[in-house]
Design a protein around this ligand. Sequence first.
Ligand SMILES: Cc1cc2nc3c(=O)[nH]c(=O)nc-3n(C[C@H](O)[C@H](O)[C@H](O)COP(=O)(O)OP(=O)(O)OC[C@H]3O[C@@H](n4cnc5c(N)ncnc54)[C@H](O)[C@@H]3O)c2cc1C
Length: 466
Amino acid sequence: MTFVSKLEAALGKAQVVSDPSALQDRRHDYWVLSHFDDIDGRPAPAPLCAVRPRHAEDVAATLRLCAQEGIGLVPFGLGSGVCGGVLAASERVLLDMSAMNALRFIDEKNLLAGFDAGHNGLAAEDKVAARGLTIGHWPQSIALSSVGGWIATRASGQLSTGYGNIEDLVHSVEAVLPDASVVTLGRAPRAAAGPDLRHILMGSEGTLGVVTGVTLSLRRQPEARALSAYHVRAVEEGFEAQREILQSGWAPVVLRQYDAVEAKRGFPDHARENKGLLLAVHEGPRTRVDAEQAAVAQICEGAGLAAALVAAVERWLERRNHVPHWKDYLAQGVMLDTVEVSASWSAIARVYHEAVRRLQEVPGCVNASAHSSHAYRSGINLYFTFAVAPGDKTKMRGAYEASWRAIMEATAEAGGGIAHHHGIGRVRRAYLHHDLGSGGLALLRTLKRALDPKGIMNPGVLIPDA
Ligand SMILES: Cc1cc2nc3c(=O)[nH]c(=O)nc-3n(C[C@H](O)[C@H](O)[C@H](O)COP(=O)(O)OP(=O)(O)OC[C@H]3O[C@@H](n4cnc5c(N)ncnc54)[C@H](O)[C@@H]3O)c2cc1C
């Protein structure tokens, strides 16, 4: 009996996909390098088969069989990851979570909603919005990603500065561990009942278990919204204004600061020559929104920032989920990627200048720019966009790797964090020690060995080889 037949016998034929053509579009996520390899004659192989579970029990049955036979299992949410977290190999099983897509409940009194892990993010938001509520989690990929994927990658939404990142919005997580046991972690608004085990799954990228259900904490839709925009002469000036806003106790749901390159490219009708832009969205009860907008104006104007047209923020709101595909650029010989990092207020300007300088030194660099999109009392993120066109196809991979190295090393040397919200996947594995240190890496490996002694869960992702 083949392994695929065993899966079919355990789960039913309808839940096991082995038709090669049906497996083609499940070969990888959005990681640009794997798309480049596709067109460069090294296409990612299709998996052995895909399993489409309907319940946690189906996931457990699949894990049991994989463990028995030592077959690798790759959880696949909706495939919008950008770090190579889903790159199935021909000998592995892909666990396609998209058929686990039920809304489990909406609890309007306690503002909670439970979803199967494969539930589409935008569809989840639409369902709670129909009750006047919001999850408040708006990754740019909201229409392309699953709620389980949000947990597995520790995602951040565009409104995170006010509403928090996914770890702030999760009430409980249901998961199947590699030994096929089912756990539900989190039951009350807060607990001091030992370590918070939900965090073992958050950011685990399919290497420590399969997330099968998520209960998210909701909000009422805001009563009011207001917008603010300012021109920024030097990046440091905008960072200082943002620091002052947050450390004074204000929390605009959105604070985004574009450098001069991105302001000109993204807001051609609003940006001024050689100036960046700082955009803010204020949401909440009307009185707080008005007070926050006035306080932000006072802080920005006091810091010498000139007011810009709020039409710039309206433009961003209209286009914020527009998703260009790498393939259009690759076809023109341009290799590009986006890389998000974070650092304290003391270090962020150094990260920005040093990463841009090093990117510009990569042969063929045609763009090195950044904006910030998630801010905290202690610091802020940066989201770099690089593009290289080395003019010779054989040099594209090298230029891509050199660009990543430039940002990772500039960030690490300044004491920053190498991954703000896209996760580690394959592209950042070699840099993980910068964040975890050797002790943290050893702890992660100990967890992996304890939970997944046979190493079947998403091999090659997140955890660097020893
Ligand atoms: C255009 C674009 C914009 C983006 N914008 C944002 C953004 O604003 N913020 C942000 O945080 N991210 C963003 N991303 C990245 C991506 O959308 C997120 O990482 C998202 O959370 C991935 O969800 P997914 O369901 O598509 O996961 P997948 O891509 O399918 O998987 C990602 C990783 O999680 C694992 N995984 C998925 N589901 C499960 C599960 N149920 N159990 C265990 N492991 C699982 C996979 O094995 C893989 O390692 C963007 C991506 C694109 C393409």
